[in-house]
Design a binder for this molecule. Sequence first.
Ligand SMILES: Nc1ncnc2c1ncn2[C@@H]1O[C@H](COP(=O)(O)OP(=O)(O)OP(=O)(O)O)[C@@H](O)[C@H]1O
Length: 335
Amino acid sequence: MDNILTIRDLKVAFQVRGRDAYALDGINIDIPKGKIVGIVGESGCGKSMTAMSIMGLIKSPGRIVGGSIDFCGNELTKMGIREYANIRGKDISMIFQEPMTSLNPVVKVGKQVMEAIILHEHISKAEAKQRVIEIFNEVGIPEAEKRFNSYPHELSGGLRQRVMIGMAMICKPKLLIADEPTTALDVTIEAQILRLMKRLCEESGTSIMMITHNMGVVAEICDYVYVMYAGRVVESAPTKILFNETAHPYTSGLLKSIPTIGKKQKRLYTIKGNVPNILNLPKGCRFADRCDLTQNICLSDRPKDDYITDSHMVSCFLHKRIEDERSCIKIKKYS
Ligand SMILES: Nc1ncnc2c1ncn2[C@@H]1O[C@H](COP(=O)(O)OP(=O)(O)OP(=O)(O)O)[C@@H](O)[C@H]1O
């Protein structure tokens, strides 16, 4: 399958007290053309750092210290500021959790979207305005012409997020990075926005990198999922396989933690403890002290990436042990 984005062995480090602390420690991610790829994990696992690396927006003292990010044949880690400015907002765009932080509160929303398109396409103001009204209609903003002249605070949270999606999609990007785009919205609006994103992706062939801590969102719209933990990808697979043939105890924990749907959302399970600080990572498996299935080897050695199938990767000793036990049983059975 054609990948629009290929990340290999990407490392991002912060210089803290004279030594490098790794926020990303050798991650591999593929985003196929026209597909929605979920990046999941708790707070502090490195999801935003991954997005910022792709956008070329890692802030000092953080820096990319290894690996590659190939975007349609362009190596992003080596790209200059000018080249990046041409790609950002046009071929790769991003939407954030809280649109109020991305929208200018004193500029009409229509004008802000217009400015985004004029920056990348040499078209007249009249043409740009027409395109903005078209995209507002496409993303389901009622009375698009009237809303063109609204200020951000005059719109509901759901409408503001639709404006942001319109702004991100107006140049028909090849890749849309969505960082927790529905977290600030209520459940009904969340479902509408997710459906909208899926439809736009299907219609325009845009790939989406959906960053979320919510496995429910993943189940709803993602084709593939990468589960991140403490700066590493610990499991990746097509969504159905990840849900039905879960191989990593951390993924199981996330799946068990999905809150029940309804007004009184209940969390039936919580993974004990917290994500370790990147300054103080455990020697062995980074999840070992939170895992219910920890073995001695998990405390001393780092698990490697194992491929159960071409598209299902897991980084866990337990899986290896289960596989070995399975092959022993098979050997006994047939000998
Ligand atoms: N300026 C910094 N100095 C040192 N460490 C940092 C800095 N910024 C981020 N980190 C660390 O990098 C790691 C990854 O952070 P990141 O923001 O990518 O996590 P995340 O999974 O996106 O979390 P969230 O869901 O809360 O946004 C965290 O351990 C964080 O503490």
